[in-house]
Design a protein around this ligand. Structure first.
Ligand SMILES: NC(=O)C1=CN([C@@H]2O[C@H](COP(=O)(O)OP(=O)(O)OC[C@H]3O[C@@H](n4cnc5c(N)ncnc54)[C@H](O)[C@@H]3O)[C@@H](O)[C@H]2O)C=CC1
Ligand SMILES: O=C(O)C(=O)Cc1ccc(O)cc1
Length: 367
């Protein structure tokens, strides 16, 4: 792509900042024009050379952009469509990163902007907000939903999907309504339930905050996302309210059945309830790479000493085994943290296991 390729950003927080940083890493010659309602964010992004120019007026200043990314809270993104409508270049691809797709797609249809719009949603992030938490590796190996309109050209979809993949994400094309039904279940309702759990404990806590002191471990694990940005989640909840309400009603009915089982001391119901949840939970893959391509992973206990990581990788290199990816993981499955090594094929994974076990390493596999 040519050197004058220009990309516009509205919102340079966690997600906008991360995508802009990734673009600068992968395509250092691309020019980025940024707009954010927070002037401190813009100054920071300019100082770090993530954006080249600050936009004063998104309408005029984005007129030469090849891509425009809307990365503000979902309902704020929608307000920019009208501003961009009159000035957007004919071949521009307009996209967003919002967690909900239906409301923005319907507005795009109403404004007749379908030939420009390809919705996007990186399925990755964190409970942290703002440019200072953004990273040029956040979207690497993450699923990235792409929801084109019916009227945007196939060439644009192909070009944009290719671009996101060059940034390191794994694209999945999806219809926008299906997207909102799926994300309500895997992201939006879990978010509300995590917040609800925190409210339960908060309401029961003493003035001295005894429960807060005691609520370590599992409680903190499952409520991490309750610390996310209130404005981002207020807007997600309202934007996807019908799907969310439907699932919350289902959850309410299911909780009623749990209450009934407690009243009836129904061992069988409760046992089955926990067993089924546990089995499904255990089958959820650890990372996005799992579904896209078969992964060949092994997990190795390594002593917490300097140099052990390089000894392990050298041992595999000496045996001509290439490592696709490597990292230390800490989670409840491996209490102490283990080294996760991803290999390119089954034969390499088997061979790596033999070599490491031969040298007395403890190696695990996930079934
Ligand atoms: N937080 C997460 O983990 C994920 C969030 N998303 C989506 O990404 C979008 C942004 O979320 P985050 O980056 O997490 O939030 P954030 O709070 O880190 O960043 C939002 C940025 O938008 C700016 N902003 C807010 N209102 C604005 C307006 N009216 N005009 C211009 N700029 C405005 C803020 O100053 C801030 O810099 C949301 O639509 C969210 O649904 C998507 C995937 C993951
Ligand atoms: O922090 C986490 O685990 C998240 O789930 C982040 C997240 C938040 C919103 C999204 O639309 C997608 C991912």
């Amino acid at each position: 792509m040519d050197k004058n390729f220009t990309i516009g950003f509205v919102g340079l927080g966690l997600i906008g900042g991360s995508i802009a940083k990734t673009i600068k890493r992968v395509f250092p010659n691309y020019k980025i024009i940024g707009f954010d309602e927070d002037s401190g964010t813009l100054k920071e992004a300019l100082k770090e050379r993530i954006i080249d120019v600050i936009a004063d007026d998104c309408g005029k200043d984005f007129a030469d952009c090849s891509y425009i990314f809307l990365c503000a809270p979902v309902q704020h993104n929608i307000k920019y469509l009208q501003i961009l409508k009159g000035s957007i270049a004919k071949d521009c691809i307009l996209t967003d990163v919002g967690s909900v797709k239906g409301e923005i797609h319907r507005k795009i249809e109403e404004l007749g902007m379908e030939e420009y719009f390809i919705g996007g949603h990186p399925m990755v992030g964190s409970e942290k907000a703002g440019f200072s938490f953004s990273s040029d590796r956040l979207i690497e190996n993450a699923y990235y939903f792409i929801t084109p309109t019916k009227k945007v050209s196939e060439e644009k979809v192909k070009e944009f999907t290719g671009f996101i993949e060059e940034l390191g994400a794994l694209t999945i094309l999806l219809d926008y309504e299906q997207h909102d039904a799926f994300t309500a279940a895997i992201s939006h309702v879990p978010h509300i339930i995590a917040s609800e759990l925190v409210h339960l404990v908060k309401d029961m806590d003493t003035d001295q905050g005894i429960l807060k002191q005691l609520a370590a471990g599992g409680f903190k694990d499952i409520t991490r996302i309750a610390s996310s940005s209130p404005i981002v989640w207020e807007q997600i909840s309202l934007s996807n309210r019908d799907n969310i309400k439907k699932l919350l009603c289902q959850a309410k009915d299911s909780l009623e059945r749990v209450i009934q089982a407690l009243d009836n001391q129904d061992h069988e119901y409760l046992n089955h309830y926990f067993k089924e949840a546990g089995e499904y939970r255990d089958s959820v893959p650890d990372s996005a790479v799992g579904l896209m391509e078969k992964s060949y992973e092994i997990f190795v206990d390594i002593p917490d000493e300097p140099g052990t990581l390089s000894t392990t990788t050298t041992l595999l290199a000496l045996n001509n085994i290439s490592i696709k990816n490597i990292g230390i993981i800490h989670n409840r499955e491996f209490e102490e943290g283990v080294l996760k090594i991803m290999l390119y094929d089954d034969a390499s994974a088997k061979r790596a296991k033999e070599i490491l076990r031969d040298k007395n390493y403890v190696v695990y596999e996930r079934k």
